[in-house]
Design a binder for this molecule. Structure first.
Ligand code: CA
Length: 429
C-alpha cells in the first residue's frame, strides 16, 4: 500500500513504524544490526533552553492529569541527552539481508536460552494461555527476539531520552506523547524510576513496549497491583500475550509453515496481505516443504517470499500478522515465528529447509564474536567481542575487506570470516 503524506493518520502511522519498527522495540538487541553509517557527533544542547521547553510542555494538553509534584520530581535539574539525536537522524548504511537477521536472531545460543526459560516458566505460560488464549511458544518467540529472554533491555533512562526528543529534533510531537506517558507510568508506581531504562527511542522492559503501548496493553499478572514488565516475568509474558490477543491472535492457529512452490509458479500472488483460502494454494500446487499436502490448520494464508522466488517460502496466517504488528517488519516477525517453533520443539537445525539464495550467509552471535576476536588480533580497537556488530566493528570490517580484496561494505558474512581464519593461519606460520 502506498502511504499518502497528505493523510495525517498515515503520516503518524509511518512515524510510528519508523520509530518502533526500526529503532524502538527490539532496538536494544538490534541497535547494531540495521547498520548505521558513521553517526555524526551529538549536537551541543543548551540546558537552559531544555529547562524552558520542559516548563512550557507541562502546561500543554499532552501532560494533562500528571501531578505537578511528579513532573517536578522527574525533571528538576534534568540535563538533555544529546546522544539520542544522531540516532534519530541516522540512515541505514545498507539494507541488511534477511539471512543476516535470521542468522543472528535465531541462533543456537538463543534457542538454548529459550528452551531453558521455557522449561522454567511453563506453568506460568500455561496460566497465561488460559487467560489470553496465546500459546506458550508464541510468547517465548517474542520474548527472545525483543530482549533475549529479559537479558538485554537497554540502559538509557527513559525520562531523559524522551524529554530530550520532546524538545529537540524532528519528531517532537510523537515523543511528547511518549514522554507524558512515561510520567504516567511513574505516577502509577508500576516501575521504579531507576529501572525505567530502555532503547534510545523509549522501548523498555522485557517486552520492549513503548510507554503508550504499555498503558494500553501491559497487565499485572503476578497480582501485586503493579504492571511491571521490567522486573516481573509473569507480568511481561502476560503483557506480551495480551498485546497479541488485542492484535487479533487466533487461538490454536500456527503462525504458518514453510512450503515448497511448484516449478513455474506465478510469484505475483506473493505478499503477506494477499490472504487466500488454503484450497487456493493447494490447487496452485503449493505443498509443505516435505512435499505433503497443506494442513488445514490455517483458514486463510498469504505467501511470504522474504528473499524472492529462489529462497525459502512460507504460508503465513493471521497470527503472523500479530507478530508483524509488534515490530512492523516481516523479517523480525519471521525471526519470532521461527524462534517460537524451535524453542518449543526439538529440532537442532536453526535454519529453514530451503537455503537462502546466497553464497555468503550471515553469522551467528558466536561467529560474530569469533570475527571480532580476529579483528582485535589485527589491532582494531573495537572493544570486547560481544557478538553485536556496531559501528567500530563495521569500520574494522571495511578495512579488512579492503586489505583482502573484498568489497568494503562493512557486512559481517561467512566469506569474510573464512578469509580471516585462513589469513590467521598464514600469519601464524
Ligand atoms: Ca505485577
Amino acid at each position: 500500500m502506498k502511504l499518502s503524506p497528505a493523510n495525517p493518520l498515515r503520516v503518524r502511522a509511518r512515524v510510528r513504524q519508523r520509530v518502533t519498527g526500526l529503532l524502538g522495540a527490539g532496538a536494544c538487541l538490534l541497535a547494531a544490526l540495521p547498520a548505521a553509517a558513521q553517526t555524526p557527533p551529538p549536537p551541543v544542547l543548551s540546558t537552559a533552553e531544555f529547562q524552558a521547553c520542559l516548563a512550557r510542555l507541562q502546561g500543554t494538553s499532552d501532560f494533562r492529569g500528571i501531578d505537578p509534584a511528579i513532573y517536578a520530581q522527574h525533571t528538576r535539574g534534568l540535563e538533555p541527552d544529546a546522544t539520542v539525536l544522531p540516532l534519530l537522524n541516522r540512515q541505514p548504511e545498507f539494507t541488511m539481508p534477511v539471512w543476516d537477521y535470521m542468522a543472528v536472531l535465531v541462533d543456537a545460543e538463543r534457542v538454548a536460552d529459550g528452551r531453558a526459560a521455557y522449561r522454567q516458566w511453563l506453568p506460568t505460560l500455561r496460566q497465561i494461555e488460559q487467560r489470553y488464549g496465546v500459546e506458550p511458544a508464541m510468547v517465548m518467540g517474542v520474548w527472545g527476539v525483543e530482549s533475549n529472554f529479559g537479558q538485554i533491555m537497554g540502559g538509557r533512562p527513559l525520562v531523559q531520552s524522551l524529554s530530550t526528543l520532546s524538545c529537540f529534533g524532528r519528531r517532537q510531537a510523537y515523543f511528547r506523547t511518549e514522554f507524558a506517558n512515561v510520567l504516567r507510568i511513574l505516577q502509577g508506581g508500576h516501575v521504579p524510576a531507576e529501572k525505567l531504562t530502555g532503547s534510545w527511542a523509549g522501548a523498555f522492559g522485557q517486552t520492549q513496549f513503548m510507554p503508550s503501548t504499555f498503558l494500553r496493553t501491559a497487565v499485572d499478572f503476578d497480582g501485586d497491583g503493579r504492571r511491571d514488565i521490567v522486573s516481573s516475568v509473569p507480568d511481561a509474558l502476560a503483557s506480551t500475550a495480551n498485546f497479541l490477543r488485542k492484535a487479533g491472535y487466533r487461538t490454536g492457529e500456527p503462525w504458518g509453515y514453510e512450503v515448497k512452490l511448484p516449478g513455474g509458479f506465478d510469484t505475483s500472488q506473493a505478499g503477506r496481505r494477499n490472504k487466500r483460502a488454503l484450497e487456493h494454494w493447494q490447487a496452485q500446487g503449493v505443498r509443505l516443504v516435505d512435499g505433503s499436502p497443506l494442513p488445514a490448520t490455517l483458514s486463510q494464508a498469504g505467501l511470504l517470499l522474504p528473499a524472492g522466488a529462489n529462497g525459502p517460502a512460507f504460508l503465513v496466517g493471521k497470527n503472523f500478522d500479530t507478530l508483524y504488528s509488534y515490530n512492523a517488519s516481516e523479517n523480525y516477525a519471521l525471526a519470532i515465528a521461527q524462534l517460537s517453533t524451535l524453542v518449543a520443539g526439538e529440532k537442532t537445525q536453526t535454519g529453514f529447509v530451503t537455503p537462502w539464495p546466497t553464497d555468503d550467509p550471515g553469522l551467528s552471535r558466536a561467529e560474530n564474536r569469533e570475527l571480532q576476536t580476529l579483528l582485535l588480533a589485527r589491532g582494531h580497537d573495537i572493544g570486547a567481542p560481544d557478538g553485536l556488530i556496531g559501528e567500530k566493528t563495521r569500520a574494522a570490517i571495511r578495512t579488512e575487506q579492503g586489505r583482502l580484496g573484498m568489497r568494503a561494505n562493512g557486512r559481517a558474512g561467512q566469506q569474510l570470516l573464512s578469509a580471516l581464519r585462513r589469513d590467521g593461519t598464514a600469519m601464524q606460520r
